[in-house]
Design a protein around this ligand. Structure first.
Ligand code: BDP
Length: 572
């Protein structure tokens, strides 16, 4: 990897990079080496390696796929431009036969981690001058999580025949004990297409032909939370073959409840981050498995991919293990008036008159749904987190986003996760959502340390939501308090482990009073690295687990609560 300042040095791709720094892929680059300049590098960086392609592969269709280049990537092969992509959490690919030669090939990827008022997430950069004349840049993401970047997920070259399967959409429904499976296959030609469905034991349960159709599975086994069952659809198209796993389940919002397979489900779990030591936001399969095991240990059944689409490997694990997922697109920071130490604070400026995220947001929704639509674990799409929902113009900005998501997927409900202060009476986007998702910090950022007043304010707000939108279920998508592990007190005080536990307990008591509250996602599963500031102690410490995944007191408290809350029909 080599840094080259902000300008794209097209000349660089003509000659191999020399004296480059060692850089693992996949990984975020930031924590791999020491020094502020390295960690906080803001701009373009160049990754390069050679790969050997044997002659036997050249007769196949060759595709280069990059699972996540954060936030922008330009790809070159043997010095020639191949493709580019904006959006750091969804994959892109290109056919590369015309660039590849037999033997050694040089793959170069220019990566840019700049976020601004047109990108998702939203951010900015402040360039200042010191008294000694030197200039400095402050990276200004409009969110608290650290702007980990680089080639965060896998890069691979794969082959297909010349005529190939490019996509499949699977939608399931349940009729008594049987299931219908609707499939639509996208290809580049007109080869003969067959579809066969196998159960987990490898027994064939249905077959069909043609690029779309509806198949029936008799006595279908359902995908259930924490009790997953996955079928495999094997598609044969000419010489191509692709296997997609899927689950049979339904999702519906009705009478203020969230139904999975027709029964009211209760979400217990967390907002998370893809965040780990050393690899940052980089793909980390052992960490995913550990996290899922910890979620099971604590009695959780669900999570939200705050604040961007997580890796496909993680979602596949959630499919397999029955973890219910709210899948969020990377629309975070769409708010110019967050008066915090991080962010692009522009007091008085109307976000919706100035923000330029329209294109990237629509693309992000398209790419998210195209990538994740067949995952049974995904039960709802989150269109954004903490946008300026009370500012005039919010409805007009979001209406096309919601329309697009509904057009692309008519099987899942939609939400927009709301910032404190956007309450039932002033939230302009609430009419568009199927489920109200709230991030609330009464007793932390407001009423600091006073849990009695916090609870009064919390319940006052919930009363307002239930009264105005009785048909919409409510999920607390975030609530939590920082605690530094090892800090204790007999009389709870902010930042102690005891206070964090009591904060969660107070909210839980309120949640239990309302039938329309169908879920609780504590913020956060684990401590995570954040933009530095006076509110962050080497990161955000609202984790119920430490960054090393050790439990704080709140973890034990939640375990005893959640083990006594059934997944279904908690609030009869
Ligand atoms: C919420 C954000 C989340 C933050 C959290 C916090 O959605 O990303 O980490 O607050 O302040 O506003 O801990």
């Amino acid at each position: 990897m080599e840094f080259d300042g902000e300008e794209l040095n097209e000349k660089l791709v003509q000659t191999p990079i020399v004296n480059a720094q060692l850089m693992p892929v996949p990984s975020s680059f930031n924590d791999i080496n020491e020094g502020v300049e390295f960690r906080d590098h803001y701009g373009w960086m160049w990754y390069e390696r050679t790969v050997t392609v044997p002659k036997s592969l050249l007769s196949q269709r060759l595709v280069l796929r990059l699972d996540a280049v954060t936030h922008q990537g330009k790809v070159y092969i043997n010095g020639k431009f191949v493709t580019q992509h904006r959006g750091g959490f969804t994959p892109f690919e290109a056919e590369i036969n015309e660039f590849i030669i037999e033997g050694k090939n040089r793959i170069t990827v220019a990566v840019c981690n700049i976020i601004d008022e047109s990108t998702l997430p939203v951010g900015g950069v402040y360039v200042g001058q010191r008294k000694d004349g030197s200039t400095f840049k402050i990276v200004n993401p409009n969110m608290d999580f650290f702007n980990y970047a680089g080639i965060n997920r896998s890069v691979r070259i794969y082959t297909t025949p010349k005529n190939y399967i490019s996509d499949v959409t699977i939608k399931t429904d349940i009729a008594n004990s049987d299931a219908t499976v609707r499939y639509d296959i996208e290809t580049n030609g007109n080869e003969h297409c067959t579809v066969t469905i196998y159960d987990e034991e490898g027994v064939q349960v249905a077959e069909g032909s043609g690029q779309s159709g509806t198949l029936m599975i008799k006595d279908a086994k359902l995908w259930q939370p924490l009790n997953a069952y996955l079928y495999s659809m094997v598609i044969k198209y000419g010489d191509d073959e692709y296997t997609e796993q899927f689950g049979i389940r339904t999702v519906e919002v009705k009478d203020g409840q969230f139904l999975i397979n027709g029964k009211p489900f209760y979400f217990k779990g967390f907002g998370k981050h893809e965040d780990n030591h050393i690899s940052g936001r980089g793909l980390n399969i052992p960490a995913y498995v550990k996290d899922i095991n910890l979620m099971k240990w604590i009695g959780a059944n669900s999570m939200r991919t705050a604040h961007y689409p997580y890796s496909e490997e993680f979602l596949r694990l959630c499919d397999r293990e029955g973890i219910v997922v709210i899948d969020e697109c990377a629309a975070v920071g769409l708010h110019f008036n967050l008066s915090d130490s991080f962010g692009i604070w522009r007091p008085g400026v109307n976000t919706w008159q100035h923000i330029k995220t329209h294109n990237d947001h629509q693309n992000a929704i398209r790419e998210l749904i195209r990538r994740d639509k067949n995952h049974p674990c995904v039960v709802m799409w989150s269109i954004s987190n903490e946008a300026a929902e009370t500012t005039e113009g919010a409805y007009e900005y979001f209406k096309p986003m919601f329309d697009l998501a509904r057009k692309l997927d008519n099987t899942r409900p939609l939400t927009n996760v709301s910032l404190a202060g956007s309450v039932s009476s002033n939230n302009l986007v609430a009419p568009l959502v199927d489920v109200v998702c709230l991030n609330r910090y009464y007793g932390w950022y407001t009423q600091q340390g006073d849990l009695i007043t916090a609870q009064i304010e919390l319940e006052k707000e919930i009363d307002g939501w239930v009264e105005k939108y009785p048909e919409k279920p409510i999920i607390f998508a975030e609530y939590g308090a920082d605690s530094i592990n090892g800090i204790h007190d007999t009389t709870p005080v902010m930042f102690t482990e005891e206070f964090q536990r009591d904060f969660i307990a107070a909210y839980s008591e309120s949640f239990d009073k309302y039938k329309n509250i169908v879920g609780e996602h504590v913020w956060n599963f684990a401590d995570f690295y954040a933009v530095q500031g006076i509110k962050r102690v080497q990161g955000n410490r609202k984790g119920v687990f430490t960054r090393e995944r050790k439990p704080k007191i709140a973890a034990h408290w939640l375990k005893s609560r959640w083990e006594n809350i059934p997944d279904f029909e908690y609030k009869k």
